[in-house]
Design a protein around this ligand. Structure first.
Ligand code: KIV
Length: 299
């Protein structure tokens, strides 16, 4: 389908896609040009993820990023998107303390950045926050399994639900988020067989990242799939391009051409001036009186 024919992706459209067995394509984005590219590539859902803390801002965890930074990135992404559903990821510390705080920050994503929905991590206490945000009129996506904001409590960036007991807890969390009205959920780093066992119980779309092929859709971090980010690469990442090498080659060639005087070329990268204007300037510059008199503060 061409870009012009594509209809905006809405929350009900995602439910229809699940119903029809159409796979949902989701990706992260953090700025205007990557949002435009995601749009042109025809992805269904764009998440301004708190992974920005790592892949854009250079932290070694997702926890340091704050609401102001997230809203700024989400606004830029909004300007680059036409059809995908745009989700703002509530960062660590922006929703846990109270329902009021959660609603306030979810509203910031909608009012200041033009997001269509928000995402929050974990079951347990987050279920109440999700309920409150949904009741305030903002669609919410859940996120269970490996939840990077609480990775320390989970023992690091590890797969979750590898025992019957922890897998059952995952199922309870997912069902609780579904019951309070979340429109979809992310399953991160969960054994494929566990996902397969849970799927028949879940009516809302499940988007997987390291959760096997049985989900209704997949999400990857843009900088991982394009090969921009050099840091930790989880097992579930498939790299589809080597953009970092391209950028490195481009920058090295630029540096080389500046140093050797090949860039900028004249006239390709330079502006021109009419000959008579240039001659007049030359006469002016040659004038005896010019030297030392017209200092900038005299002008
Ligand atoms: O922040 C993020 O990028 C995410 C995705 C990995 C789902 O939460």
């Amino acid at each position: 389908m061409s870009a012009a024919e594509r209809q905006p992706v809405t929350v009900p459209r995602l439910a229809e896609m699940k119903e029809a067995g159409e796979r949902i394509v989701m990706v992260t984005a953090y700025d205007y040009p990557s949002a435009q590219i995601a749009d042109e590539a025809g992805v269904d859902v764009v998440l301004v993820g708190d992974t920005a803390a790592m892949v854009v801002l250079g932290h070694d965890a997702t926890t340091p990023v704050g609401m102001d930074e997230m809203v700024m990135m989400a606004s830029a992404v909004r300007r680059g998107l036409k059809t995908p559903l745009l989700i703002g990821d509530l960062p660590f510390g922006s929703y846990e303390a109270s329902n009021e705080l959660a609603i306030e920050n979810a509203q910031r994503f909608v009012k200041e950045a033009g997001c269509d929905a928000v995402k929050l991590e974990r079951g347990g206490p987050s279920v109440d926050r999700a309920r409150a945000i949904v009741r305030s009129g903002i669609p919410v996506m859940g996120h269970v399994g490996l939840t990077p904001q609480t990775a320390n409590a989970l023992g690091g960036f590890k797969a979750q639900g590898k025992t019957a007991e922890t897998a059952a807890r995952l199922a309870e969390d997912a069902l609780a988020l579904q019951s309070v009205g979340c429109f979809a959920i992310v399953f991160e780093a969960i054994p494929a067989a566990v996902t397969e066992a849970l799927m028949p119980k879940l009516e809302f779309p499940v988007i997987g990242i390291g959760a096997g092929p049985a989900t209704d859709g997949q999400v990857l971090v843009l900088h991982d799939l394009l090969g921009v980010y050099e840091g930790r690469k989880p097992k579930f990442v498939k790299q589809y391009a080597d953009v970092r090498s391209e950028m490195l080659n481009g920058l090295r060639t630029y540096a080389d051409e500046v140093r050797t005087g090949q860039f900028p070329a004249d006239p390709e990268h330079s502006y021109s001036i009419p000959q008579e204007e240039l001659e007049e300037l030359a006469r002016y510059l040659e004038e005896e009186s010019l030297a030392g008199t017209n200092t900038p503060w005299d002008w």
